[in-house]
Design a protein around this ligand. Sequence first.
Ligand SMILES: Cc1cc2nc3c(=O)[nH]c(=O)nc-3n(C[C@H](O)[C@H](O)[C@H](O)COP(=O)(O)O)c2cc1C
Length: 181
Amino acid sequence: MKELPLSEVYRLIEPGPVVLLTTRARGRANVMTMSWHTMVEFTPPTIACVVSSGDFSFAALRDTKECVIAIPAVGLAEKVVKAGNCSGRDRDKFATIWLTPLPAEHVAAPLVTECFANLECRVVDTRLVNKYNLFVLEVVKAWVDPGPAKAEDHPPYWKGSIRGGRRDHPFRVANALRSAG
Ligand SMILES: Cc1cc2nc3c(=O)[nH]c(=O)nc-3n(C[C@H](O)[C@H](O)[C@H](O)COP(=O)(O)O)c2cc1C
């Protein structure tokens, strides 16, 4: 066995899939990439997620208590990496990354048209936000694209090529995409 730096532990534990999280605060929609999330209850579907207080999305989620979790397929990998490496603080990411917002039914945050599933969520527990930036979300509406899906598009299949790390992702994903042909 070889020692693993403690700073690398999260790569072994981090659950998939890599998703997009959208918010809308003061009329402004934003989207960020997220992989620190997990199911915590079946009924109602409840998800815990960590959104760093350094992210522009943090205040939007804390203040509006609403978001959408959008599930991308592998074809969106490059856009997903971009959304995780720039901030909505200084740009309209939907416009610059070429993602299409779609009105949701129960929350102000938009769905992402290009994603094959979208989950409208409300924050139901903020007790661990101050300590861990951890929000507990209840899914209040779920949408899936009725079009045909290929097994290799499914996030668990491709998360290995995108998970872990932050700023170095464009290179990792570009390599993964290249080797996948
Ligand atoms: C693959 C990947 C996964 C990420 N997962 C998370 C996460 O779970 N939580 C988080 O706070 N930031 C995560 N990030 C970083 C944010 O997406 C990034 O800081 C983004 O620029 C925040 O955007 P915003 O400032 O517009 O909110 C991830 C980035 C990448 C590339």
